[in-house]
Write a protein of this length. Structure first.
Length: 464
């Protein structure tokens, strides 16, 4: 469609962030329920003016915020075709080929990251729901009572263990699963921002002494803040020692697990009981496409299968795979086709090449900053996330309060400027500028552009 082509072309030329007052957008979309239809041309004109012209262009080369992938061209017709067919990917006789395509995609994702390709799994909205799904399985399997029938009322207080750099979705999952946020033990990290396994073991021992029931160890393979990859093999040994479920959150970093020169960081990923990996991050799939992998598919079914009369399985049950028994959702759209088409069209080697290039681009940016007196690197850079701050050639550069205020001001000014878009975070209490590259459309010349914009906006933010 012409409107799609125009938008993708504009992403290469326009500012990545286009400011507009929230009240203006509210006004544009505050009309009453339409009683009569409108002409398609009028609808497109409205969307071009108020949606496309104000969209933050994560499809373009100058988007470095959060961990949002840019999508890819072949996935667009895949998504359109999936919407055209409109299957409910939950029950085999409603979605025969789409079911088998999703099962194949699950095998491909597992193989791509070095996990057991005979694993069970399903596609979900993102890493948050995938983490929730895997923890729901871990809770079901490791709770010493029948949690499905009796709930947690007769169970001891259950605890799990994760790096203090772990993702917020795991904390939300503990809330939603009735486990209580305070029982997700956040373990301190070492100077390289990976979890301190000795401290984790000490906490497990203390909790057992205090009458708690440890049930899960969680490793992070690519933290959201800095891309740090925990000692996955060491965590596996710890989980095995205490008979705990071993889960790995590899939502961001997982796709780099088989990249030459970086695969050593992920040794032990194959030992996990469950893994989360988001294709819509570093595999360049459009959102939504998260993935939960559970090594033993039976555990998914044991956790989620409920069969009311109106959904009783049909004839020939042995040869029909029913996704409704392997996850919480009953209504499910056909997420797998855009992932399948991406693998089929580009191939695994092309995807790995682009992932390696993303790491190289961030390492190049890091080298530029290390040669400059204007920037300070604030964290190790194992993958494609760089955390730094602007310090300038200023006598106050050792004043932490001053630098925090300065870098927050730079973040605000970058958003107003709009030429590049990045996010901020905290590293050891220091306000950091955070640049993440999971974008096959970004080139080295774009990294040079980013570096120059950072220097320009940083210098302008200095007190006069």
């Amino acid at each position: 469609m012409e409107i799609i082509t125009e938008f993708l072309d504009s992403a290469k030329k326009e500012k990545v962030y286009r400011t507009k007052d929230p009240s203006e957008l509210f006004k544009a979309f505050s009309d009453s329920l339409p009683e009569e239809g409108s002409k398609l041309e009028e609808i497109y004109d409205l969307l071009k003016r108020e949606l496309l012209s104000t969209a933050t262009l994560n499809t373009g080369p100058n988007f470095y915020a959060y961990l949002t992938g840019p999508g890819n061209h072949i996935a667009i017709p895949g998504e359109m075709l999936a919407t055209t067919i409109n299957p409910n990917a939950t029950k085999w006789h409603l979605s025969r080929a789409s079911t088998e395509i999703e099962r194949q995609v699950i095998r491909w994702i597992a193989e791509f990251i070095g996990y057991d390709k005979n694993t069970g799994g399903l596609l979900l909205s993102g890493g948050s729901m995938a983490n929730f799904t895997c923890l729901a399985v871990a809770r079901k399997i490791k709770t010493p009572v029948d949690v499905a029938i009796d709930g947690l009322y007769g169970a001891p207080k259950m605890t799990a263990y994760i790096s203090s750099e772990g993702h917020s979705s795991l904390e939300k999952s503990f809330d939603m699963l009735g486990l209580g946020k305070k029982h997700l033990r956040k373990i301190p990290v070492k100077p390289d921002l990976t979890v301190d396994i000795n401290e984790m073991e000490n906490r497990i021992r203390q909790d057992k002494t205090d009458g708690f029931h440890p049930f899960c160890v969680i490793g992070v393979a690519g933290t959201t803040n800095t891309g740090a990859v925990d000692d996955l093999a060491g965590l596996s040994a710890l989980a095995k020692k205490y008979n705990l479920w071993y889960h790995i959150d590899a939502a961001y970093g997982g796709p780099a697990a088989k990249i030459e020169g970086y695969s050593h960081l992920f040794q032990g990923l194959e030992l996990a009981d469950s893994v989360v990996c988001d294709p819509h991050k570093w595999m360049y799939i459009p959102v939504e496409a998260g993935c939960a992998l559970v090594k033993d598919p039976k555990y998914l079914r044991d956790t989620f299968s409920v069969l009311p009369d109106y959904l009783r399985l049909d004839a020939d049950r042995e040869n029909r795979f029913e996704y409704m028994e392997y996850g919480f959702e009953l209504s499910r759209n056909f997420k797998a086709l855009k992932v399948w088409m991406t693998f089929k069209y580009y191939g695994a080697e092309r995807l790995k090449t682009e992932i390696k290039h993303d790491i190289d681009k961030i390492q190049y940016l890091k080298s530029l900053m290390e040669k400059s007196d204007d920037f300070e690197i604030l964290a190790p850079t194992p993958l494609s996330i760089l955390c730094f701050r602007y310090i300038g050639k200023d006598s106050k550069s050792k004043d932490e309060d001053y630098l925090n205020i300065l870098n927050q001001r730079i973040l605000d000014e970058l958003e107003k400027d709009g030429r590049v878009f990045l996010s901020g975070t905290k590293i050891n209490g220091k306000t950091a500028l955070r640049t993440a590259c999971i974008n096959h459309r970004t080139e080295l010349k774009d990294i040079d552009f980013l570096y120059n914009v950072l220097k320009e906006v940083g210098a302008a933010a200095l007190p006069r």
